[in-house]
Design a protein around this ligand. Structure first.
Ligand code: ZN
Length: 260
């Protein structure tokens, strides 16, 4: 299929393969190109471990020369310009590439890992036989409301130019609900009730699984953890600050509030 986006961008799916490249400066770039095993600048190539052979993941060294039909773009920017199935393959490929590049040696004995050949998506240690699976970091992300108002916060660090809902990593030994309550308590000093599952989203930057919840304010007034949160406040539908792009579950949680 060919999808024209604007006069200078074209995304071509040839050979049903989708390639992901890291850029030399460390930024992440997805490349969509026809499969061509004769390309010599792809130094490492392996199929995605999903058995379908439909996703190629490759690592490139140095600055690649672009070829006809090549397109380089940020993975984030792929989201709203290709069909969902294509994006799903791209983000899976991206996560597998990151995992593969950061799991080259056994964490127990230091031996170089080899790809498991029994069909599982895993790397295996030939010395101590430990299997190493793709790593996912679970993150809870929660929309808190208080009557008809929504709590939105701006991160203390970074350059994200918008306000969003509260998110944090799940810690060892926690349930998801426990993590929701703890993160909210730590970051904005509130207690919540009616914690309900909303939905989830893979977030391959590089390997988070976002698990969305909604909750209602129970008690307390906003008291931000200045290490994490620059500013947090209650907003109404008519008075929203800048919010995230529609590519993330944070925005879906906010859009769901706006629809209610
Ligand atoms: Zn080992």
């Amino acid at each position: 299929m060919m999808l024209s986006v604007n006069p200078t961008w074209q995304y071509q799916f040839g050979g049903d393969r989708l390639w992901v490249r890291p850029r030399g400066d460390g930024a992440t770039v997805a490349a969509v190109r026809p499969a061509d095993p004769s390309q010599t600048d792809w130094v490492e190539t392996f199929e995605a471990f999903d058995g379908s052979g439909s996703v190629g993941v490759t690592e490139i060294v140095g600055t690649p020369a672009l070829h006809p039909g090549d397109t380089l773009m940020e993975l984030r920017d792929l989201f709203d310009v290709v069909e969902p199935a294509a994006y799903a393959r791209a983000q899976r490929a991206f996560q597998l590439l990151h995992w593969r590049r950061t799991h080259r040696f056994c964490g127990a004995c230091g031996m170089q890992l080899v790809r498991k050949t029994t069909g599982e998506c895993a790397m295996c240690c030939p010395a101590c036989r430990l299997d190493w699976f793709p790593r996912l970091n679970p993150v809870v992300i929660t929309r808190i409301t208080r009557g008809d108002r929504i709590l939105l916060a701006r991160r203390a660090r970074g350059v994200l130019p918008f306000y969003s809902v509260i998110a944090g990593f799940v810690e060892a030994g926690e349930t998801l609900e426990h993590a929701v309550a703890r993160e909210i308590r730590e970051e904005v000093g509130l207690e919540v009730r009616d914690i309900r599952y909303f939905g989830s989203q893979p977030w391959p930057f590089p390997n988070n699984l976002m698990i969305g919840f909604t909750a209602e304010h129970a008690s307390g007034e906003i008291r931000v953890d200045v290490e994490e949160i620059g500013e947090a406040a209650w907003f109404t539908r008519d008075d929203l600050p800048p919010i995230p792009r529609p590519i993330s579950i944070s925005r879906w949680l906010i859009d769901d509030y706006l629809r209610a």
